[in-house]
Design a protein around this ligand. Structure first.
Ligand code: ATP
Ligand code: MG
Length: 447
């Protein structure tokens, strides 16, 4: 029972509100219908009983005015309703051992107290009555000349909702009310959906357009609060980026000075090492500045053929390293349109492919549509990354010791930048060591 309820319980706010309202409406409708039915039933039975006793009295009058020998023939000709059974007999049907008529039937059939109206000579000499069933009465009236008119009066079974049109109208009314509820609830909860969509947009793009601050007061207030928060986040991000750029820029001057001093050093070995360190520092600063600049430049998102973009990245990598060209492969659809910022995405994928080639000597990229977005996997045949460092390498300037040699020299920003770009798209990138060796980079992009 509770699992059925859990299955029926809708997940959305609009669904739940509509569900409760419609359930309430159904309960009220049902109650109203029952009250109406009871009321109607009472009236119906009263009218039917009245009609029956009227027919019975009319039958009696029709027979009592006839000579005794004609009575059976007149009765046979009389048109009686199916719930009135009558016959003329010597003996009464009503016997003393039969149960008395319950009071409510007595009232309904008007059996007492007054005797049937009319002139005295038309009244029965004796009248007996007994209950013939839950809604049935047996009546025996004696003629003055002897003999009895025996009758059974039966109320038909109650028909609370017997009119088809009534039921159809009732159903139409319920459906109309339910539709009205659905419409109103969807309208009322639209601002909540809009707010959720805006929050998601902001997660992908801090420069997403502001929400309109219109509508009912609470909605306008929520929109204004949301826009204020978005402005604060934008300012915060801009401040940080600016600070990063400023630091990077200002560090260049002391490095240049250091370089000049190093040139004057006597010890050649020390000089060579110092200059190498300074080179590395400069490279790191250049990368930081490029990162900060890119981040600040708001490239608009547009529908882009991600399959073509991925193949371009691979082609460019193959051009740069022709000796590895046969270890670079693409698999996936010919075309796949996804909304994204093309330059940034090219940079992110480029970094990942470059890593695969640099540390794994191969880059096999597989693209797969997923909803309105896509999943990309890039595999290589390298040593992989120790499990403990799989997350760590995403941090800026974090490199694994083994790769810290001239040959593979880099600044350690590649993965940081890739993740930052993908997260700005609402996506994610994660690293996994493959069973048979090598690394597998999984990129997910929502639509
Ligand atoms: N495919 C891979 N196989 C093995 N190790 C990897 C792979 N990709 C990255 N790594 C490790 O993660 C570290 C961080 O990678 P990241 O791309 O951030 O920096 P980088 O490649 O060293 O320098 P940059 O990309 O800035 O030139 C690398 O130094 C390397 O040790
Ligand atoms: Mg790299």
């Amino acid at each position: 029972m509770s699992s059925l309820l859990a299955r029926l319980w809708p997940s959305s706010l609009a669904g739940r509100t509509a569900f409760v309202l419609i359930l309430g409406l159904m309960a009220v409708q049902g109650l109203g219908l029952t009250i109406h039915a009871f009321d109607r039933l009472e009236l119906q039975r009263a009218a039917e009983a009245r009609d029956l006793s009227f027919r019975a009295a009319a039958l009696w009058r029709a027979l009592v005015t006839q000579p005794p020998e004609r009575r059976a023939a007149v009765l046979a000709e009389a048109e009686l309703p199916s719930n009135l059974l009558a016959s003329v007999d010597r003996e009464p049907w009503v016997r003393p051992e039969m149960p008395p008529v319950p009071p409510h039937l007595r009232r309904l059939f008007r059996l007492e107290p007054p005797p049937p109206p009319g002139p005295r000579r038309l009244r029965p000499v004796e009248s007996l009555s007994a209950a013939g069933g839950p809604s049935e009465v047996a009546l025996s009236l004696r003629f003055a000349e002897g003999g009895w008119l025996n009758m059974r009066l039966r109320l038909p079974a109650p028909r609370p909702w017997h009119s088809d049109r009534f039921l159809a109208a009732f159903a139409a009314m319920s459906v109309a009310a339910a539709l009205l509820i659905l419409w109103a609830v969807r309208r009322l909860t639209r601002p909540v959906r809009d707010l959720a969509a805006a929050a998601e947009r902001l997660g992908r793009d801090v420069n997403a357009p502001a929400l309109p601050e219109t509508g009912p007061r609470e909605v306008a207030q929520a929109a204004a609060a949301f826009n204020g928060m978005a402005t604060n986040i934008r300012r915060f991000v801009a401040d940080r980026t600016q600070m990063l750029a400023a630091i990077g820029h200002d560090l260049r001057t002391p490095i240049t000075r250091l370089r000049l001093r190093a040139e004057l050093m006597e010890d050649e070995e020390q000089q060579r090492r110092m200059l190498a360190d300074l080179d590395e520092m400069e490279a790191m600063i250049a990368a930081t500045l490029a990162f900060a600049r890119d981040d600040a430049a708001a490239e608009p998102a547009a529908p882009v053929d991600l399959a073509a973009l991925a193949r371009t990245v691979l082609d460019e990598a193959a051009d740069a390293q022709p000796e590895l060209a046969d270890r670079i492969a693409y698999s996936g659809p010919e075309h796949l349109t996804v909304s994204l910022r093309p330059l940034a995405m090219k940079r992110a994928l480029g970094n990942l492919v470059a890593n695969a080639l640099k540390y794994g000597g191969a880059a096999r990229l597989a693209l797969e549509p997923r909803g309105a977005g896509a999943v990309i996997a890039i595999e290589d045949d390298g040593p992989g990354i120790p499990e403990a460092a799989l997350e760590e390498v995403f941090q800026p300037f974090r490199r694994i010791e083994a790769s810290r040699n001239r040959e593979t020299g880099g600044t350690g920003l590649g993965l940081t930048i890739a993740r930052s770009i993908l997260r700005a798209h609402g996506g994610e990138v994660s690293l996994h060591n493959r069973e048979g060796g090598g690394l597998r980079v999984v990129v997910s992009l929502p639509g």
